[in-house]
Ligand binder design. Sequence first.
Ligand SMILES: Cc1cc2nc3c(=O)[nH]c(=O)nc-3n(C[C@H](O)[C@H](O)[C@H](O)COP(=O)(O)OP(=O)(O)OC[C@H]3O[C@@H](n4cnc5c(N)ncnc54)[C@H](O)[C@@H]3O)c2cc1C
Length: 354
Amino acid sequence: MNVTIAGSGIAGGYLARLLERKGITVDIYDGMDHDTRCRCRSCGWGAPTGIKTYLADVGLDFNDYLIEPMSSMNFDGLVAKTPLCTLNKPRLIKDLARDTGLKQQNLEPEEADNYDIVVDATGIARAFLPPCWSDLTMPTLQHRVVVESRGDETLKAGACGNRIPGLGYLWIFPVGNNHYHIGTGGIGLVGLDSLLDRFYQDLSGRFSFTRLCSCRGSVRVASPYYSTPFFYKKTRKDGTSQVIIGIGESVGTVDPFTGEGIIFSLECAKIFADSWPDYKQYTRSVLARFAWMKKERETLDYLLSREGKGGPRLRDRWRFFQNARRSGIGLPVLEAFRKIGPLSQWVERPDEKF
Ligand SMILES: Cc1cc2nc3c(=O)[nH]c(=O)nc-3n(C[C@H](O)[C@H](O)[C@H](O)COP(=O)(O)OP(=O)(O)OC[C@H]3O[C@@H](n4cnc5c(N)ncnc54)[C@H](O)[C@@H]3O)c2cc1C
C-alpha cells in the first residue's frame, strides 16, 4: 500500500513525521507557490503555548520557534491574560518537512493516481476531496509592519471586533523586533484595505506604521461537520480502488469564531496517525473532538441569516464565552457575554479605544 500526502503545511508535515515514527513511509508533495514574502500561506502565526506537547511528540523544541509570548492581550479595550504566543511558522513548516523527502512540486491528479491512499492536506485548496457539504470561508488581509512608538508606549498584542462591521475582527500580533502582523478578516467583508488603513490612522498619534508586505488569504470556517466528506473512494483506470482522505483545514479543523487553525491541524493529524489505517474511526473521532466547531458554525449561520439580524442569542453569547475559556483567555464571564468578541455587528461600546 503506497501513500502520499498532498500539502506540507502544518497538518501534512506533522502527519509525515508521525507516520514515519510508526514506520510508514510516505511521499509528500508541496509546490509552496504562495505569493507571500515569507513563502508561506498567509497567517498570523499565533498559537497557544500548549502546542509544545505536539512539537515534542515529533522531537521538536517549542523554544526554537517561540517569537513572543502574548501573555496579556487587549480585546476591544479589555486586557486579559492569555496562553498565546507567536511562533516562527515558516521555520516550523521547514523543520517538519526536513528529512521527509519533500517533493517541491504540487501533486497533480495524474501523479496522484499512482498511490493507493492520497491524504489531502492542501488546506483551503482541498485539491483532492470533493467539495465540502456546506463550505464557509472568510477572506483576510494581513500586513507585516514595523511599529515605532512616538512615546514610550508599546503596541499591545490584541484583537478587536468593534472596529469591523459584520462578522469579523482585526488582530495585532507581535512577531519580533517591533514587527507585527496586523490583519483583518470577516465573512462577506469587502474593503479590508480601508479597515486596516483606518486602524493605522486612528493610532497614528501614538505610533508610526511602516508596511513591509501584504498578503490576502482566506480561511475555512465551515467546521469539520460541514466539511464532510472526509474520505472518498475512487476507482482508478486500471480498476483498482484508491482512498482520498483529508486532514487539517481541508476538512475544516479551524475555530469558526477566530480562524485559529494551527493547533487544531496538528491535533487532527495526530488523530489520523493514531487511528491509522481506520479512516472511518478517524472521521468519527474528528467529528466528536471538534463538535464544538459545529455549534460555532451554527452561530455564524444564525447571525448571517435574516433572523440573526436582531443580534446574538443567549446560546451564541455562551458559545463565545466558552470559546474564550477553551483558548485559556481570562475574559470575565460578563465581559465575554457583553463583548461577544469578533461577532461585532452588535457593537455595544463602539467608541472604546484600542
Ligand atoms: C490571514 C490568516 C491568518 C491566520 N492566522 C492564524 C493564526 O494566527 N493562528 C492560527 O492558529 N491559525 C491562523 N490561520 C489559520 C491557519 O493558517 C490554518 O488553519 C493552518 O495553517 C492550516 O494548516 P493546514 O496544514 O491544514 O493547511 P495549510 O497551512 O494551508 O497548508 C496546505 C499546504 O498545501 C499545499 N498545497 C495546496 N495544493 C497542493 C497540491 N495540489 N499539492 C501539494 N500541495 C498543495 C499548500 O502549498 C500549503 O503549503 C490564519 C489563516 C489566515 C488566512
